[in-house]
Design a protein. Structure first.
Length: 201
């Protein structure tokens, strides 16, 4: 799947002039623009645009997959109490932990704010669930916030294609419903989508 390691420490300024291996300013600028088009500026994860492209490709090819949607529980409180700089630092750490899980069948993307999503190239619920558990496990390590340690948590919703939706809109909505079902029931867990979730008050 996509390899983000070469971009995690990308220094834009150092690539805007000639360098020791003779890359022209135009070539370097093209590389910067390509990065900006595909990767999230804060976290260096693949962005929403690439997520939609990958999602729609898999649906066109009718390839079964799992969609994992997750965010950080009570993230707004971090911004409110400690400020946006600390909040951004937490998001970058959260992204780095999730990004470390990327392999041949798992890819993670940042949607916006503290909302992230992952595609698992498998039609097997147990395989998809194993990655959801790995995401939860990353929160067992405390985060450094304002000079202290805090344990944070995540709510995770899971949808499967084609079982839970026939197009991108339906699959995303199913994962979103599942994630908010977790939030409604205490947070810090994961749940697979079930059609009955939409019928509950």
């Amino acid at each position: 799947m996509h390899d983000i390691t070469e971009h995690l420490h990308f220094d834009f300024s150092s690539h805007l002039s000639y360098n020791t291996i003779g890359i022209s300013p135009i070539s370097s600028l093209n590389k910067k623009l390509n990065f900006m088009a595909r990767y999230d500026a804060l976290t260096a994860l693949l962005n929403r645009r690439v997520f939609m492209e990958d999602l729609q490709y898999r649906i066109r090819e009718k390839e079964p997959f799992g969609l994992i949607m997750f965010d950080m529980d009570n993230f707004k409180r971090i911004n409110d109490v400690y400020g946006h700089n600390e909040g951004d630092a937490v998001l970058k750490e959260m992204a780095a932990r999730a990004g470390a899980l990327v392999d041949d069948i798992f890819e993670v993307y940042r949607l916006a704010g503290d909302e992230f999503v992952a595609i698992v190239q498998s039609g097997q619920a147990e395989v998809i669930d194993s990655y959801a558990m790995k995401i939860l496990d990353t929160f067992k390590i405390p985060y450094q916030i304002a000079g202290g340690e805090q344990y944070l948590a995540s709510s995770i919703g899971i949808a499967m294609y084609p079982k839970d939706g026939k197009n991108s809109t339906e699959v995303i909505a199913a994962a979103d419903h599942a994630m908010y079902e977790v939030k409604k029931n205490g947070k810090n867990s994961r749940a697979f989508y079930d059609a009955g979730m939409e019928k509950e008050p």
